[in-house]
Design a protein around this ligand. Structure first.
Ligand code: FEO
Ligand code: CA
Ligand code: CA
Length: 674
């Protein structure tokens, strides 16, 4: 979901900023660091040229790499070289790929995948029951789990993908039906709930670049109402006890699933981002609601107004009963987590892994595994001025034996970026004396680790974490272990609490950048790191690549969001300019796009442009890197506010636009990006 949408579609957007702490803003640190380096080295170019002496040739000499994907091994080493002809910006209502490549829509919203396989009907005519057996809306994070051995693994597998939110007006023939502010047609709400969540679908290649749904046993929808286990330190806490789960061990549904992750043991991780607005609390918000922006008036889609059905009434988090087990005051505490799903067991119950913290999770990515060492997972909190976290497991990784419960014990850390290019990870752990001292100094009390985790943002505030410009996706280079994160933009920069620094070359952070860091000793579980800027996005006159040169017409972009380093070492950057930014900047940036970057050299080329009004998000290939799946979310940008962004993609004619996956192949069968 993008930032600007909220300003114009008040019910659909990201949460409003809720960080009122006095922690340093990353933008200010960057300003100080870059201005100082500017003086020291004679230019902004030098400031972004890299502090990692080991990057490049010496990194290439690192030990051989096998991608840590379940059941898949890339048949070649990493190169990261770009071989395609860059495409120009586009404002066409179609997909654009380089010469020699083909893009084809796949699995659009409404594609039947299970049950009676109900066909998609244009015009919002499908029922709630239909939607429960169809691909959801607003495709986002995506992963491909191969089925079979050898080349079969490149032609047959399970696609797991997130469905972040909905364009409510497009869901029904005439939009949502409200009478006196109340949702009076229950089936509309059932359909909206079912359009959220995750799709798991078996797919098979039938011809080069042409895939079909297999009507197999794995196909499954997980929605905003699917029962889920609560696991880790928060399990059984008073903070998650509800009328539905008086012992605090279960909750229902996963909301606003943005980016994703997967695990070395072959499970899918879905991440709950802008979930707070789905709830309303009209009786006074406790800190675990207020710090996340739970609404005090109307909930986003007003599902809570269907008061006679418990399934929907639970979105009203107001105090109504005598205790937490008589109402849904704690229902929002069941959201904001990373959820583990086993795609290979269609009867399995999704598990909320609470040790990884509660915030507006964009996605989660793990560092390359090392046998006999802890696992490290990185995750960003995508809201203005929020933080970047990592989780280090207590147990050590043992291939073939490690399972999901390794995620239930470990230490959650938050990042501090110092202005000298160093950084540190500070523990958010009640057993850690420094954390307890920081909390005491801030006058903040935490009862136990469950309390810390339910209030992750507050815990990060008290240890002095660095406020970031909306952390979106992360990617870890599989050979160098360098971690890359997109920082999409920050519309509050320049306001009273985030003053513009005259020395800051990025006085306007409208375009975003990509930060990277290397952990001390190249150990993912280290407590210190060195950081740098990989690219400052923006127009030609306000951007810098790793080599110090500005972006040009072959690669200008704004608002980086999706990020993935493929099995060949190419980094894919996807953009999410909001509707307002797209409208204002259409002439120079065109529609949202995807670029390829060489992490070693910093070279960037535009590879793909999507149709009107959408964002490009989610990227995965088959293990041989020869079939790529990306997602196109909200073509048309959801409403009448942006007539020049209106779209009929992918069906054309007068059909309503719908989110969809896109399959990209090279016509000669070669590696994508080569
Ligand atoms: Fe759902 Fe942060 O994008
Ligand atoms: Ca975004
Ligand atoms: Ca995103």
């Amino acid at each position: 979901m993008n930032d600007k949408t909220e300003l114009l579609h008040a019910t659909d957007g990201d949460e409003i900023p809720s960080n009122t702490s006095n922690n340093p803003l990353f933008a200010d640190i960057l300003a100080r660091r870059m201005s100082r380096r500017d003086v020291m080295r004679g230019g902004i170019a030098a400031a972004v040229a890299g502090v990692f002496a080991g990057t490049g040739a010496s990194a290439l000499a690192a030990p051989g790499f096998l991608p840590p994907q379940a059941q898949a091994r890339a048949p070649f080493g990493l190169k990261g070289e770009l071989g395609f002809e860059p495409v120009p910006v586009s404002i066409a209502d179609t997909t654009v790929v380089p010469p020699g490549y083909t893009a084809k829509p796949f699995l659009p919203w409404g594609t039947p995948i299970c049950g009676d396989y109900p066909e998609y009907l244009d015009g919002g005519l499908n029922t709630g029951a239909d939607q429960e057996c169809q691909i959801g809306s607003h495709h986002d994070g995506i992963h491909f789990f191969p089925l079979g051995e050898g080349d079969e693994a490149n032609r047959h597998g399970l696609i797991c993908m997130n469905h972040e939110y909905i364009d409510q007006p497009k869901m029904h023939p005439n939009g949502p039906t409200l009478v006196g502010g109340v949702r009076v047609i229950e089936d509309e709400v059932r359909k909206e709930v079912a359009a959220h969540g995750v799709s798991i679908v078996e797919v098979r290649e039938v011809a080069h670049g042409d895939w079909e749904v297999v009507k197999g046993k794995y196909n499954r929808r997980i929605t905003a109402s699917t029962p889920m286990k609560i696991s880790g330190p928060v399990r059984g806490s008073d903070l998650v006890k509800t009328k539905y789960s008086p012992d605090g061990t279960m909750t229902r549904g996963t909301l606003n699933n943005c980016a994703h992750g997967f695990t070395p043991w072959g499970t899918y991780l879905t991440c709950e981002e802008n979930w707070a607005g789905y709830f309303a609390n009209r009786t006074g918000r406790p800190r675990e609601h207020a710090r996340y922006g739970v609404a005090t008036g109307n909930s986003r889609y007003r599902w809570d107004t269907v008061t006679h059905i418990d399934e929907y009434a639970r979105f009203d988090a107001s105090v109504k009963g005598n205790s937490a087990t008589e109402d849904y005051r704690n229902e929002p505490n069941g959201q904001g987590w990373i959820v583990e799903i086993d795609p290979f067991d269609p009867t399995s119950t999704p598990v909320k892994r609470t040790a990884l913290g509660r915030f507006a999770h964009e996605g989660v990515v793990f560092a390359p595994v090392q046998n006999g060492q802890p696992l490290t997972f990185y995750a960003g909190d995508d809201a203005r001025n929020e933080y970047i976290y990592k989780f280090v497991t207590e147990a050590r990784y043992q291939p073939g034996r490690t399972k999901g419960d390794i995620l239930d014990k470990g230490t959650l850390y938050v990042a501090v970026f110092n202005d000298d290019g160093t950084g540190e990870w500070r523990a958010l752990d009640i057993k850690d004396k420094a954390f307890r001292d920081a909390a005491a100094a801030a006058g903040v009390e935490f009862k136990d680790q469950a309390d810390v985790l339910v209030n992750t943002r507050l815990a990060a505030d008290v240890v002095g974490a660095t406020k970031m410009d909306r952390p979106e996706w992360g990617a870890v280079h599989p050979q160098t272990n360098e971690v890359y994160f997109t920082l999409t933009n920050n519309s509050t920069r320049g306001g009273a609490t985030n003053p513009v620094d005259a020395a800051n070359p990025r006085a306007n952070s409208a375009f975003g950048h990509i930060i990277r860091w290397r952990e001390q000793g190249n150990r993912p579980w280290a407590l210190r790191f060195n950081w740098d800027i990989f690219v400052l996005a923006g127009p030609v006159e306000d951007s810098r690549k790793l080599d110090g040169e500005p972006l040009d017409e072959t690669n200008i972009f704004a608002s980086p969001d999706g990020l993935w380093i493929d099995y060949n070492g190419v980094m894919w950057i996807q953009t999410d300019m909001g509707g307002g930014q797209q409208r204002a900047e259409q002439d120079r940036f065109g529609n949202n796009q995807m670029l390829a970057a060489n992490p070693y050299t910093g070279e960037i080329r535009r590879f793909f442009v999507g149709p009107l009004g959408q964002e490009v998000t989610g990227c995965i290939t088959t293990p041989d890197n020869r079939t790529m799946f990306i997602n196109i979310q909200h073509p048309g940008e959801g409403g009448e506010s942006f007539p020049q962004l209106a779209s009929n993609w992918p069906d054309g004619g007068n059909a309503r636009a719908r989110s969809a996956t896109v399959i990209i192949t090279k016509d000669d069968g070669g590696v994508i990006g080569s």
